[in-house]
Ligand binder design. Sequence first.
Ligand code: C2E
Ligand code: CA
Ligand code: CA
Length: 555
Amino acid sequence: MLIGENKTGKKTVGMIICLVLCLVCSVFSKYVESHPELQFGYGSMILPSTSFLGVIQAVKSLLCILMICFDYKRGRVITFVYLTASMVSMIVGLIRLGNFTSLPGLYNTVITAISVLIISRQLEKSDKRAVTDYLTGLRNRRGLSSLLELKIREKKPFHVVYFEINNFRTINDNLGHKYGDVALKSVANHLMELEDENSVFVSRVGGTEFAAVVFGNIEPKNFAEGVMEKIGNSITNADEGFEISIALSIYAGISSFPGNADNVDDLLKYADIAVYNARHGKNRKVEFFDETMRDRFTRQIELEKIVKESLNKDYFYLVYQPQYEMQEKRLRGFETLIRLKQPDGEIISPGEFIPVVEKSDLIMKIDSYVMKRAMREAKKMIEAYGNDIVISINVSAKNISSPGFVPEVKQALEMTKFPPECLEIEITEYSFAEEKEVTIQNVNELRTMGIQIALDDFGTGYTSLSQVMHLPISLLKIDKSLIDDIENNQVNRDFVDAIIYMGHLMNCEVISEGVESQEQLELLKQHECDFVQGYVWGKPMEYDNAMELCKKEAS
Ligand code: C2E
Ligand code: CA
Ligand code: CA
């Protein structure tokens, strides 16, 4: 059964009961009017028939108002017909039969009609307010739900297209909330222009989320792309006398009725999941919902829960993978890598949970945990080996591009008394994708503090060597995927050679990661790669083993 179907049924029953009672009252009052000798009461309490008619009239008024309260739309029509019929019958009685006993009743009926009109108007207004978004005037989430309920009952196929504006915080933070509101209203106005009572219904379903329900021949992806193009750029507000242009980053997700679900809650949830995938995926800005997305989403929710619990209960620990200087095989230091071991012994790989928590602020907590723990533990390694060692920690794009990151590093360094020149921070090129200025400022500040910066996974993304030249990087980490096939793949070999050559020209050192074989090692040695990290010389190891290695290498 659909949500609200039960409620509608109860309202209808309530209305029918009121109407039947009204009709009974009318018949009864007619009977009393034609028998003025009748008296009503009990014992000494006797009510003359005229007073009794007044009581019945009051009951009828009450029942009419009740009908309006049950359902003002249908109630208004029914009470209008009923009250008009009553008035006509009273007027006829008054004129033709000279029956003046119905005069107060007529007066009462007119008052009831006016009351019914006023109450139904008020109910209509408040109903409209309840389904309308106060800022934009579009349908709100509740309005959208009611609309979808109705359309599902009509059984005509449709699509729900969810739009999410991703960079809204930047607008609010940089330009102020006034501009934020203007931007939202402008988006709403563009959407409103598309509303068409047969095929397109638009709404604002959350702070920066909008939705459209599209029917008929409209292809939802084309529709979404058209909307994104239309609302993606110009934000104007002629009313307030200004015009600004902001590039909005918009994503869309699509769910379909009846293909994906046959109820409102699931259709909205699936469109939301699809938009979430579009936002966090790397390729498409518009995504259709599919079953695998739901399973992935469920796993992501589960992983977030596990990570939160693991942070509270300290199920995390660090392993250390050694890095060596290539020519002499001298220990350079370690990359710290996080591990999650649940109480049942199951180990979840960071490759699985890090991408998930990177989508939320949980990654800040993880990075902060790793930084403090690595500094605490590695301090003892420095004591065993000496100051000539580098401890690398991975820092997510979200963190390195946040203004609070440098103060946090400073605090951790002070707290643990860790020497900054022994610390290296690994970032990826995604750190420069958004909030590039903050990232560059942070990296510069860290370098001034003596901390080294490595660019991880180099060669997999879009950053070219010429772009790297302008970034304050001290180490390039060539990604494992380029190393994997280096013995057989001439193109990769040339590429790796070029990276090493250019890296050196830019005053960067170069490390190859994921080196597994002796052949790979030899090739990299020939290409004068500075450092190496990989199973060929050392897998990630637990703290005690890393300490042992430090002691052994020191002697
Ligand atoms: P990454 O930073 O590129 O780390 C290197 C990954 O390659 C590690 O996997 C490491 O164990 C693996 N690896 C190193 N040498 C070899 C090799 O010779 N052969 C093979 N097959 N693998 C090798 P791991 O530890 O599973 O980490 C996966 C990813 O998870 C990391 O990639 C990094 O992006 C993320 N991660 C791990 N620890 C942390 C952390 O503490 N903080 C953050 N933010 N991310 C982390
Ligand atoms: Ca890394
Ligand atoms: Ca890497």
